[in-house]
Ligand binder design. Structure first.
Ligand code: SF4
Ligand SMILES: [Zn+2]
Length: 392
């Protein structure tokens, strides 16, 4: 439960986030479906295979329209004709062989009828079922996971398909989730969704961020490790760690432009994974970690990404690629033994908590105050010049 001061601050940040989002250029009405293919680990039991990841255009995430979440820009677009999008998806799916992994994502939540009309969801499920995939994954908010919709998904797909539900947990701390990420989903909604998924035999992935708005590097590190611990205890099948990037059209990206947020380093991610993998292996939860967004291209909406120097970056990206397919502490050894630059030592110094570090609330207030100051300055500059008293 947030205090009144927190609620006020959250309302302020959400309204700033809405403002920033309003300037995003929308998708073109012809950009309907995008397919990306890569090798990954999925299925039941988990094995390495080909993932066919489909994105399809919608008007955008409903929650994003409400000023959530501080780090996300999945894009917005004009209203869609569901039949048109269903046909485009059907056409792009023709190349998918049986027994593959299929991931389908709109610009937000597949289960949100305000974003994906039910007739479109029904067509998507029927099309996925036709390809008899080994695994079918999609992302949603926990509030949208209901017995009815899970029942419909289970009934539409072959029994051999492992259904995987990805939930954006961001942080297992409700205050960090609500204040830093501006995501108000309550803990009970996640716990209910995990229980419901277990009843249907679905897997659930917890998407956990590294580097939330307002957190120092040391606080971000601690929060991610604690969140992995929390989602493991809550029964999530997989903990997927996302180091954040600054994206245009988001509050996080704006704060980065103002020097008020910095992306976590790739070494932070390596340290988080090493600690969580060792803890998992010691408690019988081996191979339940995954990672994403550790190497986004610096084009499109990405302004700044998790990084190392030119010497260590390629080594770390290779190690992280290997970790995706074999998520164990041993896979991280080449990074942990690296001595080719001083980036790991610098990260270690950044991760030392200092009592002088401001708490995230103070840092969030600073971001909101900076926004107000920038707006005041802009308004002052745009005032028309008044003629002086002598008419000059
Ligand atoms: S993180 Fe998910 S819920 Fe939040 S704005 Fe992005 S798509 Fe929407
Ligand atoms: Zn380096």
């Amino acid at each position: 439960m947030h205090s009144t001061t927190d609620r006020r601050l959250r309302t302020r940040l959400t309204s700033i986030n809405k403002h920033i989002r309003a300037d995003r250029p929308p998708f073109g009405a012809t950009e309907n479906v995008v397919l990306r293919r890569f090798t990954t680990l999925a299925g039941d039991p988990r094995r390495v295979g080909e993932m066919y990841q489909f994105w399809f255009r919608t008007r955008g995430c409903t929650f994003d329209r409400a000023g959530q979440c501080s780090m996300c820009n999945y894009g917005v677009g004009p209203d869609i004709d569901p039949r048109h999008i269903a046909r485009a998806l059907q056409w792009r799916m023709t190349s998918v062989p049986e027994n593959a992994f299929i991931y389908v994502s709109p610009s937000g939540s597949l289960l949100d009828p305000r974003e994906v009309p039910r007739e479109l969801l029904t067509s998507v499920l029927a099309e996925v079922a036709r390809h008899k995939p080994a695994a079918f994954a999609f992302e949603s908010r926990p509030e949208l996971c209901t017995p009815e919709i899970f029942g419909e998904i289970g009934a539409a797909l072959p029994r051999s398909t492992k259904v995987v539900v990805e939930l954006g947990v961001e942080s297992w701390s409700t205050s960090i989730r609500g204040m830093c990420h501006l995501k108000p989903s309550p803990q009970q909604a996640y716990e209910r969704a995990v229980r419901l998924a277990a009843e249907h035999g679905f897997d659930v992935i917890a998407n956990i961020t590294l580097g939330g708005l307002g957190l120092t590097h040391a606080a971000a590190y601690t929060d991610t490790v604690a969140s992995v611990r929390g989602t493991r205890a809550a029964g999530f099948t997989t903990q997927m760690v996302f180091p954040l990037s600054a994206k245009t059209g988001t509050l996080l990206g704006w704060a980065h432009g103002q020097g008020l947020w910095e992306a976590p380093t790739l070494w932070m991610l390596i340290r988080v994974l090493a600690e969580c993998a060792a803890e998992g292996e010691a408690t019988g939860r081996s191979r339940d970690l995954d990672i994403s967004w550790y190497n986004p291209g610096l084009e499109g909406v990405i302004q700044s990404r998790p990084d190392g120097c030119t010497a260590c970056r390629p080594v770390l990206v290779d190690v992280l690629e290997a970790f995706r397919l074999e998520p164990s502490a041993a896979t991280l050894s080449p990074a942990l033994g690296w001595s080719g630059c001083d980036c790991p030592a610098r990260t270690d110094r950044m991760l030392e908590p200092s009592p002088r570090d401001p708490v995230y609330r103070d840092r969030l207030v600073e971001i909101a105050d900076r926004w107000d100051a920038v707006q005041r300055d802009r308004d002052r500059r745009s005032l028309p010049l008044l003629p002086s008293a002598d008419g000059q």
